[in-house]
Write a protein that binds this ligand. Structure first.
Ligand SMILES: NC(=O)c1ccc[n+]([C@@H]2O[C@H](COP(=O)([O-])OP(=O)(O)OC[C@H]3O[C@@H](n4cnc5c(N)ncnc54)[C@H](O)[C@@H]3O)[C@@H](O)[C@H]2O)c1
Length: 331
């Protein structure tokens, strides 16, 4: 029998990334959609052709699915997750794990207590980009420095343009929590937790009604100070793109958008790889989720959830460092 999937939040990310993947997965069937916005609900009903509901409670009284995919504004997740976990519905939740580390721990505990599988969408982990980057970094000899940058060039962050994402009380944060999440996740994947973090953020660099951080600069050290990393994330002032450079004794690895290359100390290109599109990553992510739900993948293979808790600890430290003007130490 096909697995029954419930869609919660039929916004941009859900309709663009997740719904096409589920519709193209042979043994899955979307049985219901939950979406409070009438226009988005109508669009989902027409695209998917299944029953749609304005509330989760109504959807659950119609059918209890095997799986839920949730993609909503960041402050809306907790009550939804509580209902899903207590109903033992395996859940694929969009990033970030949470608004802050405390909520992240509560979410992880909630699913553990209810013995229900939860996975956070960090689709880049399902491209070989991460795996190959890690292998190339291991060939650098001793690593001493990292430079990471993620930029957007938005003209306005006013709530008319950015909607809920402009409001810190709904989004939890901007450059750091929302845009920086994937870059922080890459650093966590490569290096684990930093030893310490110092950060400075910009708020209200542009005119307009918004309360999120529009830009973030952080300096971190890893491996007892052997590696220092600087991280620059901005929503507003650079052309779009993402770069992570890792420097070691034998050369450097450069991860740029969806490509990775290894150079020696003389800037000679040793090898280069480019990776599949986001669609492919999202598909691999969903297949991994299904295997985990069926317990066809051993738990040790990738501890995505524990890494997401680390991401939240780092993100909290970045905000704390900026607001208290202090270095936040983890060891
Ligand atoms: N993985 C990625 O690369 C990536 C990219 C973009 C967005 N995202 C994440 O996806 C999520 C959604 O972002 P988006 O850009 O699609 O936002 P969006 O505003 O386009 O979509 C959110 C939808 O959730 C609906 N909603 C609000 N409250 C709800 C509730 N209580 N129950 C059900 N639905 C509710 C809204 O009406 C809206 O349709 C966020 O967590 C965001 O960080 C991830």
């Amino acid at each position: 029998m096909a697995r029954q999937v419930m869609i919660i939040g039929a916004g941009k990310q859900m309709m663009k990334d997740h719904v096409p993947v589920v519709l193209n997965t042979p043994d899955c069937e979307i049985v219901s959609v939950v979406e409070p916005d009438p226009k988005s609900l109508q669009h989902a009903a027409e695209t998917i052709g299944c029953p749609v509901f304005a509330s989760l409670e109504d959807a659950l009284s119609y059918i209890k699915p095997d799986i839920a995919i949730v993609s909503v504004p960041h402050n809306q997740y907790w009550p939804i997750l509580e209902i899903l976990a207590t109903n033992h519905i395996a859940t694929l939740k969009e990033k970030p794990l949470s608004m802050n580390e405390e909520e992240g721990s509560q979410i992880v505990d909630l699913f553990a207590r209810n013995n229900t599988y939860l996975q956070i969408c960090v689709q880049r982990r399902f491209s070989d980009l991460y795996k190959i980057s890690k292998e190339l970094v291991e060939r650098l000899g001793e690593v001493y420095s990292i430079y990471a940058e993620y930029n957007l060039d938005l003209l306005s962050l006013d709530k008319k343009a950015l909607r809920w994402r402009s409001d810190k009380s709904i989004a939890g944060g901007g450059a750091t929590l929302d845009l920086g999440y994937h870059t922080i996740d890459l650093l966590t994947y490569l290096l684990g937790m930093p030893d310490k973090v110092y950060a400075q953020l910009n708020y209200n660099s542009l005119p307009g009604d918004y309360t999120i951080d529009d830009s973030m600069k952080a300096m971190c050290t890893y491996r007892r100070g052997k590696i220092n990393a600087n991280l620059v994330v901005t929503l507003i002032y650079r052309s779009r793109g993402e770069v992570v450079k890792v420097f070691g004794r034998e050369g450097y690895v450069s991860v740029e958008n969806r490509g990775v290359s290894l150079h020696d100390r003389h800037h000679n290109l040793i090898e280069t790889h480019s990776f599949s599109s986001k669609e492919h990553e999202v598909k691999n992510q969903f297949n991994y989720f299904l295997k985990k739900v069926d317990k066809r993948v051993s738990l040790g293979e990738q501890d995505i959830l524990q890494d997401q808790l680390k991401n939240m600890r780092i993100i909290d430290a970045i905000y704390k460092s900026d607001s208290n003007n202090e270095i936040v130490r983890f060891i």
